[in-house]
Design a protein around this ligand. Structure first.
Ligand SMILES: CC[C@@H](CC(=O)C(=O)O)C(=O)O
Ligand SMILES: [Zn+2]
Length: 329
């Protein structure tokens, strides 16, 4: 388990056959930080003190000050925590989709006990709780002391929409959130332990094969990074990833529509992270050629429109093939 070390080792990273280059790591007052954010490019930001007031958020502290509230905990039979939208499990989908994880509510003391007593082969746990005012006065006090001045200045300068939520994430060492994209801008603040985030630009849409937009795994890649099916997903071999390994006090900007895979380092102890999801700002002046994230948004809308028009998702594929095969190929 964690030895309280102040760094990490290569042996703590899972092995994937993916070429990786490093995400730039810059001090918060470096002008290149805002330049990269304005270009929708990832960057690790040091020294921002964004969640400095949460530096003491280990399980002991959280147990003491969040005891009265119940938290959402995801349980998985293995180390993969692939998100799915329960609302998308329609009656037609019911006998085809098997939820890979289950969601339970529990007190943080119960979560902590299970984490500390966990034995190999047991269900793994991942606490994923939206921070709200039910978490108790001490936590609210820490929350108020986040560097809202700094992050709000960026929100305004980038003309982002409102903050939609902050997710408190407490993961077991080795937990993996597989590759997906979100439709929000994200400041991902690491509080305890180390996480590795492998990012891919939105242009990788054709190599990461997202589930269909009406599938419960919408926005998630179909490709299993640990054993990619290159017959089914041949273009996965073309991916070029960008790696960010973030530790306590560091903040990773995850641009809207950028694919990301997240893992808590092996043998690093449990990790604590807090994310800041902002609605993406409007596209003011459309400049051609369109950027990857704009094309991704268009593809999503076309898929949704077709499903809305055809009603039967099974027909969408054949209609797309009729449009494309022999004509746009
Ligand atoms: C939601 C879980 C994930 C983070 C993430 O995907 C995000 O903040 O968008 C992680 O840390 O395991
Ligand atoms: Zn995400």
């Amino acid at each position: 388990m964690c030895d309280g070390s102040s760094s990490w080792k290569e042996s703590q990273l899972r092995n994937y056959d993916i070429p990786l280059k490093s995400v730039p790591k810059l001090s918060f007052d470096d002008p290149r930080v805002e330049q990269l954010i304005s270009e929708n490019k990832p960057v690790i930001i040091t020294g921002s003190d964004l969640v400095y007031s949460a530096s003491k958020w280990n399980l002991e502290y959280l147990e003491k000050h969040m005891e009265s509230s119940t938290c959402t905990v995801i349980m998985s039979p293995n180390h993969i925590f692939k998100y799915f939208d329960e609302k998308a499990i329609t009656p037609a989908m019911k006998n085809k989709f098997v939820p890979p994880t289950r969601k339970v509510s529990m007190k943080i003391s119960d979560f902590s006990k299970r984490l500390n007593n966990w034995k190999s082969g047991e269900e793994r746990l991942y606490l994923q709780q939206t921070l709200n005012n039910t978490v108790g006065p001490a936590i609210v006090q820490d929350f108020i002391k986040f560097r809202w001045d700094w992050i709000t200045a960026i929100q305004k300068k980038m003309a982002w929409g409102p903050l939609t939520s902050n997710l408190l994430l407490i993961g077991m060492e080795g937990n993996v959130t597989p590759c997906h994209y979100d439709e929000q801008q994200n400041f991902f603040a690491q509080v305890k332990g180390w996480k590795r985030v492998i990012l891919f630009s939105p242009e990788h849409y054709g190599c990461l094969y997202p589930h269909t937009v009406f599938h419960p795994h919408d926005r998630q890649s179909q490709v299993d990074f640990e054993k990619p099916d290159l017959n089914k997903f041949p273009r996965f071999e073309e991916v070029q990833g960008e790696e960010a390994i973030v530790g306590p006090g560091e903040v990773l900007y995850i641009p809207v529509y950028w694919w990301h895979h997240v893992e808590s380092l092996l043998n690093g102890g449990y990790t604590v992270s807090i994310n800041f999801w902002y609605k993406a700002g409007p596209t003011v002046d459309i400049i051609y050629p369109l950027q990857g994230h704009q094309k991704l948004a268009i593809m999503r809308n076309v898929e949704k429109m077709l499903i809305e028009a055809l009603k039967d998702p099974e027909e969408v594929g054949s209609l797309f093939r009729a449009i494309v095969l022999g004509r746009y190929t």
